[in-house]
Design a protein. Structure first.
Length: 613
């Protein structure tokens, strides 16, 4: 009898597997208790709704009644959406690295009833291919080991769990950077700039970008280069300009402006066609005007939901002539696409990913003077605040039109949303966004993100792992804390920010791909603080002064644009930077560590002060 329990799941990915003959369970204590009672291993299969190879393995193996019967008899089978449960994914990935260097999704792991991994891989085909065994062979080998070499299995699983526990402990100590009273050791500015030269030597001289195939847009790395360019590195400026240019001109960018997850070829050809919110949002923050406009239109037209929040992704596959085909819809001209069913949307609204989109739309909108981008950011923020935040605290990580997930919020949700709300507050002048962001920062610094009960009992909660495709929640929390320090004058936030990124930034000197965002924040922490407060009632002048000030942003610079009434509200909310800024209208205050020049009364005077500062 089929006992698949995914039919009521909130996650779109889990619901895709609700019709499998496999007796799937959701991740949780009940599944592992069942495995303990039956004394069987746990298959944990991790993927996400728009993952092509996840679809392939589902069709080839999880729809197979014989495999389903094998799993029913000898395993407890658990499905995990890595978007909904990044904590489970991070922990399982850390363990899987002991078995394969080719990490990715679907992630296939086998655990003891104590949730300790003893074998893992990724996609397994239905029949052997070269040296790659079939999924059925893998299941057989796992069962043989479980039954005939149980002592060895348990010992290896325990040792691997201990290694993960030690690694997580070391990482936590690094994030804390020693004693609470110790001064965090940030890498020097010269050392950070030297990373740019290393990256330049690794640039693909023929096709641009970094590395061979597959080729990823790597938005955090490009944003670090943009930060370094704003800090005076001509090499970084040329690198980021060339890379963004080749991405815009390549097959990685679709005709509607959206960007695919990666290219399978070194020349940026043959994309892996799924389109993720985080890739597009990350690139939007740094892309030139036309490229940014295209990405924003993709977010608006394809990923935006009715309430203004953004869905997680669009699938790589679509149904054409009755067949599911990868990439076929995207390869058609735009006019022809309109006559076909588009690839489905992963309609999961994730707090952190929306925070990233809010931040990028606010930054790009201010830079381009684009009111629609700012409206998109505001609408998304209002939707997420209404549905996912309560009394200044993130209470929901993921929701869909079918309900709210019980997956716990993570540091990704807290940090990325706080950062996005602050950038939105800066460009709209609305202090309420900044007040909520400050509350989120306080939560994040207090360690408000809960630890999953299964991972806690297993001792394998790793915390957030290094990011290559998306801005880290920990780094975002650090940057948000630095911004709150600038707004309030409370230096404890600045110290906390340095403590969060110091170890990551030092590691990033040698391994920048996973830690580039930490290098960018470390750079901002070491540059002289510059605060620009623009106060103006007249919308046109306010927008012109905002654009001018935003164009002069560099690491360590904060730009806040308000009306006189808003300035008073900010000050009343405890943001001392805006105290006594409501007396002149218009006026722009260019300050260094809160020591301000005489107020500039127009765009030309502001330009002079920014150029000379």
């Amino acid at each position: 009898m089929n006992d698949n329990r995914l039919g009521t799941a909130v996650s779109p990915y889990l619901r895709l597997h609700a019709d499998n003959p496999v007796d799937w369970r959701e991740w949780g204590t009940d599944a592992f208790a069942e495995a303990r009672e039956r004394d069987v291993p746990v298959l944990v299969s991790i993927g996400y709704a728009t993952c092509h190879w996840c679809h392939v393995m589902a069709r080839e193996s999880f729809a197979d009644p014989e495999i389903a019967e094998l799993l029913r008899r000898d395993f407890v089978a658990v499905k995990v959406d890595r978007e909904e449960r990044p904590d489970v994914d991070a922990s399982t990935m850390a363990a899987a690295a002991a078995f394969t260097e080719q990490l990715g999704w679907p992630l296939t792991a086998f655990m003891t009833p104590d949730a300790h991994v003893f074998f893992a891989g990724t996609y397994f085909p239905p029949s052997p291919v070269g040296q790659h065994p079939s999924f059925r062979q893998v299941l057989g080998a796992v069962l043989d080991a479980w039954r005939d070499r149980r002592t060895e299995v348990d010992a290896n699983a325990t040792a691997l769990a201990s290694a993960i526990r030690q690694g997580a402990s070391d990482a936590a100590a690094g994030d804390g950077d020693g004693d609470v009273g110790a001064e965090p050791r940030l890498p020097s500015v010269d050392a950070i700039h030297a990373v740019v030269e290393t990256l330049a030597r690794g640039e693909d001289p023929e096709y641009g970008g970094f590395g061979g195939a597959p080729k990823f847009p790597s938005a955090p790395l490009l944003e670090f280069l943009a930060d370094a360019a704003a800090d005076g590195s001509a090499t970084a400026g040329a690198l980021v300009e060339r890379t963004l240019g080749v991405i815009a001109r390549s097959d990685l960018t679709d005709a509607d402006g959206g960007v695919f997850r990666y290219a399978t070829q070194r020349d940026w050809g043959v994309p892996h066609y799924e389109r993720m919110l985080y890739d597009n949002a990350g690139l939007l923050a740094i892309a030139p005007r036309d490229q940014a406009r295209g990405i924003a239109e993709f977010l608006r037209d394809t990923l935006r939901g009715p309430d203004g929040a953004f869905s997680a992704a669009q699938d790589s596959e679509s149904t054409i002539d009755g067949r599911r085909v990868e990439g076929a819809w995207y390869r058609r001209p735009l006019a022809e696409r309109a006559t076909l069913d588009p690839p489905p949307i992963d309609d999961q609204v994730l707090t952190g990913w929306n925070g990233l989109a809010i931040r990028s739309l606010a930054i790009a909108g201010a830079r381009a003077g684009d009111a629609e981008m700012l409206a998109l950011a505001r609408n998304a923020a209002d939707a997420v605040l209404a549905a996912h935040v309560q009394d200044g605290h993130v209470v929901v990580r993921s929701s869909t039109p079918r309900g709210t997930s019980d997956a716990p919020p993570t540091v990704e949700d807290i940090g990325l949303l706080a950062e996005g709300l602050l950038e939105l507050a800066f460009v709209t002048g609305e202090p309420g966004y900044a007040t909520t962001a400050r509350s989120l920062v306080d939560d994040g610094l207090a360690g408000a993100a809960p630890v999953d009960a299964v991972l806690a009992a297993a001792g394998t909660a790793t915390g957030e792992q290094p990011q290559t495709a998306m801005r880290s929640g920990t780094v975002a929390l650090a940057n948000a804390a630095l911004l709150v320090a600038t707004l309030t004058g409370d230096t404890t936030y600045r110290t906390a920010a340095a403590r969060l990124v110091a170890d990551r930034a030092r590691t990033g000197l040698d391994r920048p791909l996973g830690h580039a965002d930490a290098l960018g924040v470390a750079l901002a922490l070491q540059r002289p603080s510059r605060e620009v407060v623009v106060v103006a009632s007249e919308p046109g002048l306010r927008a012109a002064m905002q654009q001018r000030a935003t164009a002069a942003r560099r690491p360590g610079t904060v730009v806040v644009v308000v009306t006189p009434d808003q300035a008073r509200a900010w000050a009343d909310a405890g943001f001392e930077l805006l105290a006594s800024r409501d007396g002149l209208d218009p006026a722009a205050y260019v300050c260094h560590d809160r020591v301000c020049a005489l107020p500039a009364r127009g765009v030309d005077e502001l330009t002079v002060q920014l150029t000379s500062a």
